[in-house]
Ligand binder design. Structure first.
Ligand code: CA
Length: 232
């Protein structure tokens, strides 16, 4: 089914251009040139799959439109890409204060926008439907979103632990020496020793619980992620 994109933007030429290009790419579009119309369309039926929201609208700020959309249970999780003319507003827009999922800065290319839209839609999809979620026995990994599940239970990893796991998984079945892990994961910092690798692998295994055994110790050499991790 085609994804439906709501465009809230007061520049009618831009709305027309975006609608034309998005529809050519197989999206359905609906447009609003005022913030309050945008909120009505967002919270009405059918709910859009994604909202492109201009920051500067004639009747109300885009940030307020975003807050109202986020405050409504029906649209709380609909991804919002903010369109802004000023790059210095980005931190505020994408940060906690407003809660947009991504942004583009005017002027932007249609190609860039399409990439953002596809990435945001992919992230918003339930894990079970995603092609980029890797399934390895009891372990599921969503590399772009940096998320990990063991038996459908989310596991919280630090950025470093995630990078370590990703490195293992990308080379599963192949032995990774401590030195190669050090340079690939830590980037060869002078004050880090190979014992650091062991400490982090242990911590990662602990966090992965029943999937921790997928990382095997190869005595005297390093580690290896099992070629075919089993579910038993
Ligand atoms: Ca505007």
């Amino acid at each position: 089914m085609a994804h439906r994109i709501l465009i809230i933007e007061d520049e009618e030429d831009l709305v027309a251009t975006l609608a034309y290009n998005l529809e050519r790419e197989g999206f359905e579009t609906v447009g609003a040139t005022l913030g309050h119309d945008g909120v009505d369309l967002a919270t009405g039926t059918p709910t859009p799959d994604l909202i492109l929201l201009d920051l500067m609208l004639p009747d109300m700020p885009g940030t307020e439109v975003c807050r109202q959309i986020r405050a409504d249970a029906r649209t709380r999780k609909v991804p919002i890409i903010m369109v802004t003319a000023k790059s210095d507003e980005i931190d505020r827009v994408v940060g906690f204060e407003v809660g947009a999922d991504d942004y583009v800065v005017k002027p932007f290319s249609v190609r860039e926008l399409l990439l953002r839209i596809r990435a945001v839609l992919r992230r918003a999809q339930p894990i079970a439907q995603r092609e980029d979620a890797l399934s390895l026995g009891r372990l599921r990994i969503d590399i772009p979103a940096h998320k990990v599940w063991v038996e459908e239970e989310a596991v919280r990893l630090t950025a470093l632990e995630f990078k370590l796991l990703q490195t293992f998984v990308e080379r599963k079945g192949r032995v990774q020496t401590r030195d190669s892990l050090l340079s690939d994961v830590w980037g060869m910092e002078a004050d880090i020793t190979t014992r650091t690798v062991d400490t982090h692998v242990k911590r990662l295994r602990d966090k992965l619980g029943p999937a921790g055994t997928y990382i095997e110790t190869i005595r005297g050499v390093g580690y290896r992620f099992q070629t075919e991790p089993s579910e038993d």
